[in-house]
Design a protein around this ligand. Structure first.
Ligand SMILES: [Zn+2]
Length: 196
């Protein structure tokens, strides 16, 4: 009986110690993905219904690797808005291939020097974010990621107000997750810039 009470006390202490409080508890609660119990390949970053069977998606906790990747994109967006090419350089593999619409850049050097660098330089009032980031793990050190993106900026007299779909292929090495390939497709804009 005494052993039982000692054990019960130890369990209670362990529970108290491991229950996170305040901000970290809320962050932990937000680290969820939503999936269909019948169709595990249907995964979304927000609640909704399954696109195959229309059942309500069920929340599940992200795995540590999935959380790392979601955090990677939070850091990516912050570096992009800060126009921090040095930080962005650490997030791409040198041999990365970037598709943007029908344009291609081969390698970080090409992408950063002829495309991303000059573009970031002329953007003013830059707003940029990935949302609905869903990691799809391909083993422990590779994943593809689907996401939405939005970008708003002023470049001289022109206003950029765009967004669309993005896919990333990531692999992990000793330096962390790296973008090996990305492809973005901007959503179609009606002629004259009138949105519906
Ligand atoms: Zn389903």
């Amino acid at each position: 009986m005494r052993i039982f009470r000692t054990l019960a006390f130890a369990v209670a202490v362990a529970l108290l110690v491991t229950i996170p409080s305040g901000t970290s508890a809320r962050q932990a609660a937000a680290a969820e993905l939503f999936t269909c119990s019948m169709h595990p390949h249907v995964v979304d970053a927000k609640p909704g219904t399954c696109s195959v069977c229309a059942m309500a998606l069920k929340a599940r906790a992200m795995t540590p690797a999935e959380k790392e990747i979601v955090d990677f994109f939070t850091a990516y967006d912050a570096a992009f808005v800060a126009k921090d090419l040095g930080k962005l350089a650490t997030m791409y593999a040198p041999e990365t291939i970037v598709y943007e619409g029908s344009g291609i850049n081969r390698g970080w050097k090409d992408y950063s020097e002829t495309h991303l660098g000059p573009e970031l330089k002329v953007f003013e009032n830059l707003e940029f974010a990935h949302t609905n980031v869903v990691p799809h793990m391909l083993g422990t050190d590779a994943a593809y990621v689907t996401a939405d993106y939005s970008i708003k900026a002023k470049t001289g007299e022109r206003l950029v107000d765009s967004g669309g779909l993005a896919t990333f292929v990531l692999s992990k090495n000793a330096g962390g997750w790296k973008i090996r390939h990305t492809a973005t497709a901007a959503r179609r804009r009606p002629a004259g810039g009138v949105s519906h």
